[in-house]
Design a protein around this ligand. Structure first.
Ligand code: NAD
Length: 270
């Protein structure tokens, strides 16, 4: 019997992907790492938490996958380059890059510390330029790559007292569009995920800070300040963000690129 000729795809999809996730030792990044590991993918962990190595080892053991931990400070381009080189050496390639590392600071413009502005722009925006640049050659060579930027509803709309965060996240949504255009002929897609509020250490700190600043209870800060702009008054589940990131990494998502995908309970629909 004549064998059917299988058309060779220009967007080769491996079964086991190597996924580099910045900021994956806490919160959303850690949830993303576990979700990808559960599907059998290799994970390159990164983050500043002291127990980063044991987090990576525990995930490797639990899900029977290969992991690596890098303590690279994403404010430093040379440390990012070293992390990518180490990852490519260990796994052969980096197939998915998820830029998740981020920090927040809430203060009126006249009180906003200059150094905090620089740090937020550096971690929440410039780092994604440096990581994307570092993985680009490898993705281009294998004609496959997925870049997923964890932006925010604040990449699409503003809130007062968040000048640096809103500027960085709007910038990240813009950077993502450029990566999408430049990657189009190389099988590289780039998308932003824009969540509403997610209950993580970053948000727990904000709840405490805002309660103090406004003289409100923590419950009131959540209901009257944080969830006020969302039509659905609930925190976003990390699992929902992970499910979207997994879909964006699949071959079915190869035509989704340059998009800013909201998971925000209707916040930006208004
Ligand atoms: P988190 O504080 O739990 O985790 C942040 C991670 O970033 C940590 O692993 C930390 O070590 C890492 N990190 C910070 N500075 C770093 C640096 N210089 N170098 C390397 N790693 C660094 O925060 P989270 O809530 O999980 O936030 C993750 C991302 O999701 C951020 O980009 C944040 O802006 C975005 N986001 C969060 C929410 C939310 O409500 N939590 C909503 C929308 C978007």
């Amino acid at each position: 019997m004549k064998k059917n000729k299988v058309k060779k795809s220009t967007n080769t999809h491996k079964k086991i992907l190597t996924v580099l996730i910045t900021g994956s030792t806490s919160g959303i990044g850690l949830g993303l790492a576990k979700a990808f590991a559960k599907e059998g993918h290799n994970i390159i962990f990164n983050g500043l938490e002291k127990d980063g190595s044991s987090i990576a080892a525990d995930v490797a053991k639990e899900f029977k996958v290969k992991t690596l931990y890098s303590s690279a400070n994403v404010l430093k381009a040379d440390e990012i380059d070293a992390m990518v080189t180490e990852g490519e050496k260990k796994f052969g390639s980096i197939d998915v890059l998820i830029n998740d590392a981020g920090i927040q600071h809430v203060a009126p413009i006249e009180d906003f510390p200059n150094a905090t502005w620089d740090a937020i722009i550096g971690i929440n925006l410039s780092a994604s330029f440096h990581t994307s640049k570092a993985v680009w050659q490898g993705m281009k060579k294998q004609k496959f790559g997925r870049i997923i930027n964890i932006a925010s509803a604040h990449g699409l709309v503003a809130s007062e007292f968040k000048s640096a965060y809103v500027a960085a996240k709007h910038g990240l949504v813009g950077l993502t569009k450029v990566l999408a255009l430049e990657g189009a002929t190389f099988g590289i897609t780039a998308n932003s995920i824009c969540p509403g509020y997610v209950k993580t250490p970053l948000v727990d700190k904000q709840i405490a800070d805002q309660a103090k600043a406004h003289g409100l209870s923590k419950e009131k800060v959540v209901s009257d300040v944080m969830l006020a702009p969302q039509a659905i008054k609930e925190f976003v589940d990390i699992e929902a963000i992970a499910a979207l990131a997994l879909f964006l990494s699949s071959s079915n998502a190869k035509m989704i690129t340059g998009a800013a995908l909201s998971i925000d309970g209707g916040w930006t629909a208004q």
